[in-house]
Design a protein around this ligand. Structure first.
Ligand code: HEC
Length: 129
């Protein structure tokens, strides 16, 4: 029985460390989102639907992680981060819909909406310089 408990503890510890979202992961996701945003902008300007759609997919893949950052490891509330993440996903979907319907103005408005979410979190970060 003791052996089982210690096994469970090991498994638990491993899975916790696998899921821990640290600063390195965060910076990686942030850089991914920055690249994705640049690609979306490029796609809108070059009239290249595929660039936009690929950028939206990359943006969503990275931004979905924002919510799993543990509260104690962040200098902003995890609830706030989750809401930001949801908003980014929502606007990303709108960009895709806009571009598929060839509404570049709509795409650029929703692009700016995503950017607003990025900035509003960055503004809340105490150590941001
Ligand atoms: C919920 C909060 C939050 C949101 C939303 C957010 N960021 Fe960040 N971002 C951070 C934090 C925290 C850092 C790290 C700050 C530090 O340690 O200096 C960061 C850093 C960055 C950096 C710098 C990375 C580096 O290499 O230093 C970039 C670029 C960035 N974010 C892009 C974005 C983009 C693009 C979006 C929107 C699509 C976004 N962020 C949305 C919290 C957020």
């Amino acid at each position: 029985m003791k052996k089982v408990w210690s096994m469970l503890l090991v498994v638990g510890t491993i899975s916790m460390s696998v899921h821990a979202y640290d600063q390195t992961d965060r910076i990686k996701d942030m850089q991914e989102m920055e690249t994705a945003m640049a690609q979306i902008q490029k796609g809108i300007l070059y009239n290249n639907q595929k660039l936009v759609i690929d950028g939206v997919a990359q943006l969503k893949k990275a931004s979905i992680n924002i919510e799993i950052a543990p509260k104690e490891a962040m200098d902003f509330s995890s609830r706030f981060a989750k809401r930001q993440s949801e908003n980014i996903m929502k606007y990303a979907d709108k960009i895709q819909k806009n571009i598929e319907e060839n509404h570049k103005h709509g795409a650029s408005t929703n692009y700016a909406n995503v950017m607003r979410e990025c900035i509003s979190c960055h503004n809340k970060i105490r150590k941001w310089n």
